[in-house]
Design a binder for this molecule. Structure first.
Ligand SMILES: N[C@@H](CCSC[C@H](N)C(=O)O)C(=O)O
Length: 912
């Protein structure tokens, strides 16, 4: 068996070319020398050179996707017992593990289950007190259901293991991890193996080597009897398969393991064997990169003052033992912040570091073990074993280290875990690049000098409190916890455009919504994230144009102004317009947010250090009220943050709070649209169906909730043609000025339609349901004709109107919203057959449109009320364990299709 070499050794090419040519008769020939060296190929060479004896000479091992094999005396009969693809993988891995045999199984935990079957009831298993949560779970089960005596001991001390090895204890197995998961503690594998062999010769030494892989540590060479790895991690490297590997050399052990795998069928499937074999080829390459970056990350966090667990740090208490038995420090590290909420903010604030369990993949991951991989260990046991609830585990991938550090640093900063070190003078860009290239450790140390951890002792807090009282330190206010809100989009059924001129419009909410999270930060900044628009901006609170707040807007404001303040708006526009990279809609969203943010705070001293994150499944610019839904979210989140309205206590938001939110949402709509009618924000805040009349030219306006309305199906079809509401609205106004004799009668006719629609939808018409729907269809067609005459239709909208009216559909459609593209609505009568509806949807899709079936009405503003136990857990896995998804990250990552289920998992919503 070859002994693989370690990372950092000279390459084969170098060593071959440096050999002197053989000349002496008695010395081995060059060819003989070469042959001798070839059996000692180094690890990365072994990884890449798979010994594949395929009948056709295939250079990668083929997938034998078959359950059975023909014949009676061949090598294989049944894939449960053996398969050439799995066999190829297993013999390749045996060389890497320095083992007589390896076995490929379905997961790492299957490996442990198989190995634990070697223990009989009444026997003892010794395991570490810091170990993977899944291992702890299976051992606990074995203890409670299998009559096995399971003991957890501190395996970092040989002397802690020894007392358990006395014969009376019947120790059958000593199960070790080194480094441990997640605290990266080190067990002296050789010393423990020797001690166990001496005191309890029948005991098997088993090592879970997943944190290291055979590249960095080969416990069989240190005295272990069995090694297993989760192949899901470094061996495969891409998180695209689950696998486990058992490696052993003792014939009796190999025989038993082979027997068990064949008996229960836990062997790895052919396709996964193929994938794993492919992944293994690049293992050393990947791990070298991952470890180099992990070292930088560990040094960075360490020099920022965090307690970091990583054997690559000189300060690791057992670094000497680790480097005696392993050739690298691996790419998993963990650190503590001493504050669970702070850790959650850090984890939730990263972008490149994905929040996920597992490790070893090419992409970097961040997690909180107590909430994720180790959640199956009870909180009491975790505490007893010294596993901090605030522990963050980092699993480093192959991304550019500078980007990973950047992302982590940004998250640490916005979470308030570090603050800028004002006495630090940064290196120039060129100097930093040069330093990174020549001495990356010096580069990272310099980078860490730019920050410091906020002081946290009681005295520090006292001093900073006093300073804050004296106004010495510009400590910003923030909120205690995330505020989560949502608001629906709308469709205008009747009266769009005309509403601007005082005609009543009838609109209803739809089941597409904007969702938003307002989260605290402690770096004196305010941030805005709208992933749908690629907006990710932040501003120093002190740099906002507070001096331009109009006098009447100074001091905290509960009720919104009726009008915008042009100088302030212009100043905010000037600040935001520089971010050309986020596009026009993104810039608009930022201006509206900052305007409300500043005016509501009323002064810099009331400003909140927060990040507002919003995402929506409403198509933008399609006339479905996406901006009003966003505006309602901004308004309600900021009002809640300033305690201008209180979170609903009895399942409903008070009428006065609803009006206050609506007022601010309208102000935001003004920022976005200049002269909005107010109907979109009314529906976004109130939901259901409303009739809205704007006060125009001395005539009084008003809002009428339509209660007698029972839900009707509606097909909303997006033309995917973008248009500009502002200019379409302005166009109608210009036409009215130019041709009042044409436009005014149209407006009157639309008023009649809206009046009748109100009667129908408020339940006053006494018509039967069929008649009611048929009358609504007539009104829809009439209203569309008027809109065409106002010049706001578009060929794409006409195509939808014609397609839905054609046989066999015969349905009534109209444009909704501003027109000029955007969406059309089609009423679907109750009796309309499902199969015909399906056909209609397919027809529209074939024509390049995007139909969406919805029902009219539904809830308005939603406010999430956190419960006492709410700690961002928005899901649980099969094991019933919580999966941590900080709200801000959950929202950002949900994507349009996942938003509704994200919100549903969050639970605890109250709607207006
Ligand atoms: N819900 C899973 C958690 C898997 S954690 C996977 C990995 N070993 C790690 O440490 O991240 C479970 O219950 O097993």
């Amino acid at each position: 068996m070859t002994t693989p070499s370690s990372p950092g050794e000279t390459s084969l090419a170098t060593s071959v070319s440096s050999l002197p040519p053989s000349s002496a008769a008695k010395s081995p020939t060059y060819a003989e020398q070469y042959k001798a060296r070839a059996v000692n190929w180094r690890f990365s060479t072994l990884c890449a050179s798979v010994d594949n004896k395929d009948q056709y000479g295939a250079s990668s091992t083929p997938i034998y996707q078959t359950a059975t094999f023909k014949g009676m005396d061949g090598q294989y009969d049944y894939t449960r017992s053996g398969n050439p693809t799995r066999g190829g993988l297993e013999s390749h891995l045996a060389r890497l593990y320095g083992a007589t045999q390896t076995f490929a199984l379905s997961t790492g935990m299957t490996c442990l289950d198989t190995i634990l079957r070697l223990v009989k009831p009444g026997e003892t298993v010794l395991a570490g007190d810091d170990l993977y949560g899944g291992t702890n779970r299976l051992l606990t089960y074995l203890g409670t259901h299998g009559g096995v005596d399971v003991r957890h001991v501190d395996t970092t001390k040989v002397e802690a293991v020894l007392p358990h090895l006395e014969p009376g204890n019947k120790v059958k197995m000593v199960l070790l991890e080194s480094p441990t998961n997640p605290l990266l503690k080190i067990a002296d594998l050789a010393a423990i193996s020797a001690a166990v062999k001496a005191a309890a010769p029948a005991a098997l030494i088993v090592v879970d080597n997943t944190m290291m892989s055979p590249y960095l540590q080969r416990p069989l060479e240190l005295g272990a009897d069995i090694v297993y790895d989760s192949g899901t991690k470094y061996l495969s490297g891409h998180h695209d398969l689950m696998a486990g590997i058992i490696a052993a050399s003792r014939p009796d052990v190999c025989k038993d393991i082979a027997f068990l795998i064949n008996s229960v069928g836990s062997g790895l499937a052919p396709f996964d064997s193929f994938l794993l074999l492919r992944g293994v080829k690049t293992m050393s390459l990947r791990m070298d990169r991952q470890m180099a970056t992990a070292q930088l990350v560990a040094v960075y966090l360490d020099s920022l003052g965090f307690l970091v667990h990583y054997p690559g740090l000189k300060s690791h208490p057992k670094a000497d033992i680790h480097w005696k038995q392993a050739t690298g420090a691996g790419a998993v590290l963990s650190f503590v912040t001493d504050d669970k909420a702070l850790s959650e903010r850090i984890v939730g604030g990263t972008r490149l570091w994905g929040i996920s369990v597992s490790f070893g993949a090419v992409n970097s991951l961040i997690s909180m073990p107590c909430l994720m991989s180790h959640a199956s260990i009870s909180a009491a046991v975790r505490a007893e074993r010294g596993l901090p609830e605030n522990l963050i585990r980092l699993c480093v991938g192959i991304e550019d280290p500078r980007d990973l550090i950047d992302d982590l640093e940004h998250s640490l900063l916005s979470a308030g875990a570090i603050t800028p070190n004002l006495s630090y003078s940064p290196l120039s860009h060129a100097k930093a690049a040069e330093l990174y290239a020549t001495d990356s450790e010096a580069w990272i140390l310099d980078r860490a000098r730019g920050f410091k951890r906020p002081s946290g002792t009681a005295i520090d807090k006292l001093i900073s409190g006093v300073k804050r009282g004296l106004g010495i330190t510009p400590v910003k206010n923030t909120i205690d916890q995330d505020i989560v809100v949502s608001a629906p989009g709308k469709v205008i059924l009747f009266g769009e455009h005309a509403v601007v001129h005082g005609v009543t419009a009838v609109a209803t909410s739809v089941d597409l919504r904007c969702f938003a999270v307002l989260s605290p930060r402690s770096d004196e900044k305010v941030g805005l994230e709208v992933p749908d628009l690629d907006v990710e901006l932040e501003w120093k609170i002190s740099k906002l144009p507070w001096n331009l707040l109009p006098v009447h807007s100074q001091g905290q404001k509960r009720v919104a102004d009726k009008e915008l303040d042009p100088p302030l708006l212009q100043a905010i526009e000037g600040l935001v317009n520089t971010h050309v990279e986020v596009g026009k809609t993104g810039i608009g969203s930022a201006i509206a947010f900052l305007y409300l943010y500043m005016v509501m705070a009323g002064s810099e001293s009331n400003a909140l250090a927060v990040t507002f994150t919003a995402s929506s499944n409403l198509p933008i610019g399609a006339g479905l009220g996406s901006s009003a839904a966003y505006s309602a979210c901004v308004a309600s989140a900021l009002l809640l943050a300033h305690s201008h309205i209180s979170a609903p206590t009895d399942d409903t938001l008070s009428a006065s709070a609803t009006n206050i939110v609506d007022g601010w949402a309208f102000l935001s709509e003004k920022v976005l649209h200049g002269n909005p009618s107010g109907i979109d924000n009314a529906v976004a805040v109130r939901g259901g169906a409303v009739a809205y009349t704007r006060a125009v030219g001395g005539r009084s306006g008003g809002l009428n909730n339509l209660h007698g309305f029972s839900s009707v199906r509606l097909l909303l079809t997006n033309t995917l043609v973008a248009r500009n509401t502002k200019s379409l609205v302005a166009g109608v106004s210009a036409k009215r000025l130019a041709e009042p004799h044409v436009v005014d009668p149209i407006l009157d006719a639309i008023q009649e339609i809206s009046d009748e629609a109100q009667t129908l939808l408020s339940g006053q018409a006494h018509a039967d349901r069929k008649e009611l729907v048929s009358r609504l269809e007539t009104l829809i067609m009439e209203n569309h004709t008027h809109l065409v005459n106002l010049g706001v239709s578009h060929p794409s909208l006409e195509a939808i109107v014609a397609a839905t009216a054609a046989e066999p559909f015969g349905l009534a459609s109209k444009l909704t919203g501003a027109g000029g593209g955007g969406c059309a609505v089609t009423l679907i009568p109750d009796e309309f057959p499902q199969s015909t509806l399906k056909e209609l949807i397919e027809t529209l899709e074939r024509n390049g449109f995007q139909p969406h079936l919805t029902t009219l009405g539904g809830p308005g503003l939603g406010i999430h009320t956190p419960t006492a136990t709410d700690d961002d857990k928005v899901g649980s896995d099969e094991a019933g364990e919580g999966v941590i998804v900080p709200k801000r990250a959950g929202l950002r990552d949900a994507g349009a299709d996942g938003l509704a289920s994200w919100a549903e998992r969050l639970g605890g919503w109250t709607y207006t």
